[in-house]
Design a protein around this ligand. Structure first.
Ligand SMILES: *Cc1c(COP(=O)(O)O)cnc(C)c1O
Length: 237
């Protein structure tokens, strides 16, 4: 598909995803309005982001800092809310702290401490999710489930970040039961943290291939790339 063709289809694809999201919400007795659609625009340029933003899409997810910063500059739309969802190395924390509203992929205290220390005073606290490595997960990123309570309690004490919830990227599966069981583990952990007094409101889970299962298990934010922008052209992204 040429770049042009991709961009032409974006408005319809955004609407189709909203449709799927609403149907899944209703099927599992959820309110569609309780689930935020995060459009994952990595590898797509500013024209794709603009096309999605024209439909009213507000939240965008990016994985690579330099690509994201260039795109933010080119899009130049102050109404958009940018989420960092890729792995976070120490040398990337300043750029994230200064240019994003959310970071979903925090998996160790040192990264959260740096994000807090580097968040500019004039900005609202940076919203954070802890990425959890649930069993069977393909990527090696994420905190182990038994370290999450300790990590969450430490992060909750940091001044310039606000811990909002958990994020997970389970191993890809086409089986709904298997998809749900991974998300169920994340939700159970989320409930445990809240039972310990953490006031979390965000479950960042579900991608193009499994977001119905994630919604069934309580997702409040689905991160959708392919279903909106089309298949990405380079492998491993
Ligand atoms: C790329 C990516 C997505 C979007 O994946 P799709 O399958 O294209 O919807 C979601 N979350 C994270 C962390 C990603 O890296």
């Amino acid at each position: 598909m040429s770049e042009h063709a991709v961009i032409e289809h974006i408005p319809d694809r955004v609407m189709a995803v909203h449709d799927r999201l609403a149907r899944a919400a209703l099927a599992f007795s959820r309110k569609p309005g309780d689930i935020t659609l995060l459009a994952v625009s990595k590898t797509y340029d500013h024209t794709a982001v603009r096309a999605a933003a024209l439909t009213g899409q507000r939240d965008f997810g990016e994985n690579y800092l330099q690509e994201a910063l260039d795109k933010q500059k080119a899009v130049a739309n102050p109404n958009l809310v940018w989420h960092f969802i890729g792995p976070i190395q120490s040398n990337k924390t300043r750029g994230i702290a200064e240019n994003f509203a959310w970071a979903h992929s925090v998996d160790r205290l040192k990264i959260a401490e740096r994000l807090s220390a580097q968040r500019p005073d004039g900005m609202p606290p940076l919203n954070l999710c802890i990425e959890v490595n649930v069993s069977g997960e393909a990527s090696k990123g994420g905190a182990t489930p038994d370290s999450v309570l300790w990590l969450a309690e430490q992060i909750a004490d940091l001044p310039r970040v606000r811990l909002r919830g958990l994020m997970a990227i389970p191993a890809p599966s086409t089986d709904l039961v298997q998809q749900r069981s991974a998300f169920y583990q994340v939700r159970t952990l989320f409930n445990t943290l809240n039972a310990h007094g953490l006031k979390l409101d965000t479950l960042s889970m579900g991608m193009s291939g499994d977001f119905e299962a994630a919604i069934a298990e309580g997702s409040t934010m689905v991160r959708i790339g392919t279903a909106i922008f089309g298949a990405r052209t380079y492998a491993s992204l």
